[in-house]
Design a protein around this ligand. Structure first.
Ligand code: UDP
Ligand code: MG
Length: 318
């Protein structure tokens, strides 16, 4: 009986009151036929919701105390932290994560498990966008992965989503990672192991609105780039040296013009342009350096990535 592998399914939820019951039901539809070979646990991570999410999770846990659990944060810490918390609290031999809004179709759960059984430690999905995905989401996601792959040292497949199965080995790597702002989407391609990609078409959000504001997306993008590469710093150095080279050449010309050609004051445009360009580049470079310094600062403080206020899962002893 106990030898059946335990599968954890983690769902970050931020103001998802209308979706929770449906998510449990849809997932149960997929997992019930598989119960001959697996045991399942469902872990919701309430990311500081301000609606009835927490109250509903308490109810769901009471109703299905054998397999539905939740961990609740003291405030909103963001999707990445919620995922990480899910991984930290999961006990399964394999862990599947998906969104609580049912955009990640639960029908893929059996496919994940099949591939896991075949020996893949990581089964991830790539989103095949169609017109159903909004224009903004499609474009921003394309640019994000373009930027990410150009500016960092890991290669993330476009459309890689937080909808995947990870073997316990990989989950432990995430759990033991010392990084405060771990960028899981970049961490997964970086760890290696046997990986299998499944293309999928996202469903429409079941209810409610996207919780990913533009601000959160930009944060995620900056985080992803600076977490995996120092290439932007090198680009800053490169730009800096190009500009100083040009400036040096121009300085020689300026001296020549002053001493030999005895030109009168002209060149308002060139002065203005160089001040603007160099000023702009300096600010940009400072910004890049600041971004890394900020990461170091956060890491040095060593604050936890999230704070749990309430949980139905006993804290791990090991
Ligand atoms: N989410 C979260 N914290 C946040 C924002 C989002 O836990 O600060 C969760 C949200 O509840 C959902 C998942 O992350 O389960 C994906 O968010 P959403 O559906 O809003 O993003 P989209 O599908 O539009 O990219
Ligand atoms: Mg969604």
């Amino acid at each position: 009986m106990e030898s059946k592998p335990l599968i954890s399914i983690i769902l970050p939820a931020y103001n998802e009151e209308e979706n929770l019951a449906m998510a449990v039901q849809k997932i149960a539809e997929q997992t019930t036929p598989l119960q001959g070979g697996y045991r399942f646990e469902l872990i919701f991570v309430n990311d500081g919701s301000s609606d009835r999410t927490l109250a509903l999770l308490r109810e769901l846990h009471q109703k299905h105390s054998d397999w539905v659990h939740f961990v609740s944060f003291s405030r909103n810490f963001g999707h990445m932290s919620a995922l990480r918390c899910g991984y930290d609290h999961s006990r399964g031999d394999a862990v599947i994560c998906m969104d609580a809004d049912l955009q990640h179709p639960p029908q893929y759960i059996p496919v994940f498990l099949e591939k896991w059984r075949e020996g893949y430690e990581i089964v991830y999905t790539t989103r095949q966008d169609d017109e159903k995905t909004g224009w903004f989401k499609r474009t921003s996601s394309r640019y994000f992965y373009g930027l990410m792959n150009r500016f960092s040292d890991v290669n993330i497949e476009p459309g890689a989503a937080d909808f995947r199965l990870l073997d316990r080995k990989v989950v432990n790597l995430i759990r033991d990672s010392q990084e405060t702002e771990l960028f899981i989407r970049g961490f997964i391609p970086w760890v290696g192991f046997r990986q299998f990609a499944i293309p999928y078409k996202p469903d429409q959000r079941f209810a409610g609105q996207s919780k990913y504001t533009l601000r959160k997306m930009i944060r995620l993008a900056l985080n992803g780039i600076t977490a995996f590469s120092v290439r932007p710093l090198r680009i800053a150095t490169f730009l800096g040296s190009c500009i100083s080279g040009l400036a040096f050449a121009y300085a020689i010309y300026a001296l020549y013009a002053h001493l030999v050609l005895k030109e009168t004051v002209q060149g308002w445009t060139s002065v203005l342009l160089s001040v603007l360009i160099i000023g702009g580049l300096q600010l940009l470079t400072l910004g890049i350096i600041g971004e890394y310094l900020g990461r170091l600062f956060l890491q040095a403080k060593g604050r936890p990535p999230y704070i749990v206020q309430e949980s139905t899962i006993p804290p791990k002893t090991s």
